[in-house]
Design a protein around this ligand. Sequence first.
Ligand code: ARG
Length: 460
Amino acid sequence: KEAKLWGGRFEESVTETVEKFTESISFDKALYKHDIMGSRAHASMLARQGLISESDADSILKGLDEIEMLIDNGTFVWRTDREDVHMNIEAALTDLVGEAAKKLHTARSRNDQVCTDLRLWCRDAIDNILSRIKRLQVALVMLAMKNEGLIVPGYTHLQRAQPVLLQHLLLAYVEQIERDAGRLVDCRVRINFCPLGACALAGTGLPIDRFMTSDALGFTAPMRNSIDAVSDRDFVLELLSANSITAIHLSRLGEEWVLWASEEFGFLNPSDSVSTGSSIMPQKKNPDPMELVRGKSARVVGDLVSLLVLCKGLPQAYNRDLQEDKEPVFDSVKTILGMLEVSAEFAQNVTFNWERIKSALPAGHLDATTLADYLVKKGMAFRTSHDIVGRSVALCVTSNCQLQELSLDELRSISPVFDEDVYEFLGVENSVKKFSSYGSTGSECVSDQLNYWVAKLGIN
Ligand code: ARG
């Protein structure tokens, strides 16, 4: 049996149960690129500071290249008895280049090493998520462009509320995920500080240059406090919080599209390429991808909650509990990337059922609020106009008709303020045209919004 890298003070070797229970190599090998990156920067710094010789640094760097290549092409052997990614790489390096490799861990602990790796990993993850968010935004904007002029019922309480342009509705999602992107960008700024050189928790008496390693790894600066550097995972909590909010936005989109694809709504037709069938009911065509977007949001939130609970009882500084941070981070990032990708692909493969939507529009008195505004324009107090339109709607309900089907006499029986021009305000088409406030669903306002996104996203 190979002696542990930390084995000097031990007389007995660890039991197999403990070895299996405490290993993290089965999942933290995902950090290998970033671990090697950190080791390269660290070795170069040690040489520059005269802590190791240039030739030792050379052997270390060459050995790291070789190991990276072996891992890349799948021939590296990961060993559970070497516990984690850091010790697997260091021990393999020693097998490969001998004595020089034993100097790599000078002025370094796995405690600063692991959070350096993880910060580098999260930084890349954020860049990937940001580009997927952008791709979904592009897909939603293109879908909006294909459906110019389509009016849909707008809902509150899932009850018919006011008519809106479909473009307006789709752009609402584009706005929401833009803020998700903003949260990631903000969080990336705070992630980008370097723990390397904090060592176990207290720093070191050896003459290292933390600014050099921080620069080499593209960080803004070394972290100011070595205890803080190794002990906090707030940067991961922030990333997982941001992912959770994104997941919730995507889940809402999923819910809406699942509803809209139902027979009851019939507003949305997903193509066969993004639908699945039933193993028993031959007629079924289900919008599974968006159901699963809704479903997978649960694990993203779960990952955040796991990590919050993990961190809540930890005294300063490093605690082994923190090894449990990795699986939730990896899962959250993998899941959100998948959710974003499939949502974009779904958006590229749906059509809106114009006929069905048009035939659904007359129901629900969507123009009632526009009618109330009409009376306000005639000088009436809004509360009074609300009441008068409410009574007009009641009349429609008893005579089973739409507001625009009431005669002028019928309307005047409720209020003498109604005039011939009232019919310019009735019906969903007229109603939508009346919206003009900034950010509203009026066609000019919506085309301003659309132009903004087309330019911002570089769509041509
Ligand atoms: N695998 C550990 C982790 O993920 C690395 C740090 C372990 N440090 C230690 N002193 N046991 O956190």
